[in-house]
Design a protein around this ligand. Structure first.
Ligand SMILES: NC(=O)c1ccc[n+]([C@@H]2O[C@H](COP(=O)([O-])OP(=O)(O)OC[C@H]3O[C@@H](n4cnc5c(N)ncnc54)[C@H](OP(=O)(O)O)[C@@H]3O)[C@@H](O)[C@H]2O)c1
Length: 200
């Protein structure tokens, strides 16, 4: 399959590239790096990306930015980032991308465990994650067998925790996280949220 990975240069995305590249042709998309660049915050940029890349069999998004800040400190810019980048950026990948994904192909988005398990500081992220999972369930009702739409929900990634100076022990490695994306791309799930720990 020809698989376009948006966020391919990141912690999770690079592990998904490693896992899928033996069986599939991978197009690596980043914001600044990668084979192609896109800004999820711009629908025009997403449209240009698909125009440049052309038809694909699957799209995986391992991108999406949102601020982690206490509720009392979240300002309009923080909400705007979560809504325009993590939420609508990924939704726009589906809205634009559906015209480029082959019949029976798939688009896989990324939410996160903070949808079901919020913590202080996660309001903006939890908002986007929960909305992505509801979007996925509803959109798949209408795209049917022609286009499978799923969301992968990662837990805290060991490499990210280490980067933040935390003990990585309770986390899941990026390599293990990538396994849920492989199931989403190669399996028959549709409208589902794939919780990473179910696939490790
Ligand atoms: N890591 C975790 O512990 C964890 C846990 C739960 C959920 N998640 C979710 O998983 C996703 C990936 O996380 P990660 O830790 O792998 O992120 P990351 O290491 O920061 O990588 C982010 C990726 O997104 C790209 N990117 C940045 N800004 C972008 C933009 N405006 N438009 C398009 N692409 C952009 C980056 O490209 P460049 O390299 O070119 O800048 C990079 O490829 C995010 O949605 C995150 O919320 C992560």
């Amino acid at each position: 399959m020809k698989v376009m990975i948006v966020g391919a240069t990141g912690t999770i995305g690079s592990a998904v590239v490693d896992l899928l590249s033996s069986d599939h042709e991978i197009i690596r998309v980043g914001h600044k790096d990668g084979d192609h660049q896109v800004d999820l915050g711009s629908q025009d940029s997403i449209a240009e990306l698909f125009e440049d890349v052309g038809p694909v069999d699957a799209v995986v998004s391992t991108a999406g930015a949102a601020a982690f800040r206490p509720f009392s400190e979240l300002d309009d810019a923080d909400y705007d980032l979560a809504l325009s980048n993590k939420l609508m950026g990924q939704i726009n990948l589906v809205r634009v991308g559906r015209g480029y994904v082959s019949e029976g192909g798939s688009i896989t988005l990324t939410s996160g465990m903070l949808a079901q398990h919020p913590m202080p500081g996660s309001v903006a992220i939890s908002l986007a994650n929960g909305a992505l999972e509801s979007f996925t369930k509803a959109a798949a009702l209408e795209t049917g067998d022609a286009l499978r739409v799923n969301t992968v929900s990662p837990v805290f990634v060991k490499e990210t925790m280490a980067m933040m100076g935390m003990d990585p022990e309770p986390g899941t490695s990026a390599a293990d996280t990538a396994k849920a994306y492989k199931v989403a791309v190669e399996g028959d799930a549709n409208g589902a949220t794939l919780h990473v720990r179910d696939y490790v």
